[in-house]
Ligand binder design. Sequence first.
Ligand SMILES: [Zn+2]
Length: 395
Amino acid sequence: MMKKALLFVTLVLTLVIFTGGQVLADESQQWINFGHKNNVAIDKEWTITFNEKMDRSTLHSNSVYAVNENGEKLFLATYLNEERTKLRVLPPADLYNPGEDYTLYIESDVKSAEGYNMRNGYKMTFSIDPTAEKPYTLPNNPKADFFGTVTADTLNVRSGKSTDTEVIGQVFKGQELPIYDTDGFWVETEFEGQTAYLHKDYLKLRHVSGKLLEGLNIVVDAGHGDWDPGAAVNGAEEKDIVLSVTKNVRDRLERLGANVILTRNNDYFLSLEERVALSRSVYNDLFVSIHANSFSDPSVDGSEVFYSDSKYGNVDEGRFLAMELQQELVQMAEMDDRGVRDADFWVIYKNGSPAALVELGFMTSPSDLEKLLNSNHRYLYADSITQGIIEYFER
Ligand SMILES: [Zn+2]
């Protein structure tokens, strides 16, 4: 703990200087290298200390990130402290790899609360303790593609890939089973020595690589579209705001190994039925719909996330997902907290997978609208939703 504090205190005293001048990004950013750290823990949480209060919206996973040996940009969740000078940088969802080298980057276009950029970007290299071991280890099973944890209280084990086939037993909440094959919503496992099948709506899957979202089909639904603008305030339309956040979420989830399916990636319209049908046609493991709110009273602001309490299955999972998403919208994107709520919105009510509907903020609130229209804050919304999904799969 002391070590990282010292590192960045040194950095603050000697190197981080804000400039009121133009951004230097065009001149291909110049980096100040503040050295190398050896034997770093696999779950290392860095703290970056700035010498001025920061503009939170500019600190997101496009401006603060780590790159691994293969040049892949890792998604790191960040939280700014109340004084707005210290940024906590969480380890990646799957932690760092033992023995690997990484570079942490802080781009120069992060801004102080007064709107100043840094003169330079900063970077630091570090190597992870080669003797470290990842805490999450899956049972050794060379035949398995995934392991699935049962999320329903009881789940029928069947002899074939349909609900018409014989129930040969049951498995219970929290049980972890090897998955040998996937065919649509049906996954193959082994039960009392024989080949058996389970419906994956009631399993939380984890790829044998240990990578958290690897191979999962995550549907992200941007609300409205085309002739249906959703909420509209001063020429700004909900359909455009949510599409841009949705695309940012896709970019992040793909970095985490997920197969991301957008119900729309452009300005066109789908009915609610079509959004659900599309989700189910790709055998979705998760569904998140993204919207922005409006209300007659401009003083009403904040984020809220909905789950459906009366759908056929996955009520608890939908609520957990909603809670994790809301927590990150509040902590990371610093939205006022309107909590999680139960509502039978068609897209979540009719979706068999765990599903939640996010209201990012109120377009009718001047302070929320500023965030919704700010491209940096849209990155932060996407970071929050991504981290909410990570937290959901980790719980
Ligand atoms: Zn909407």
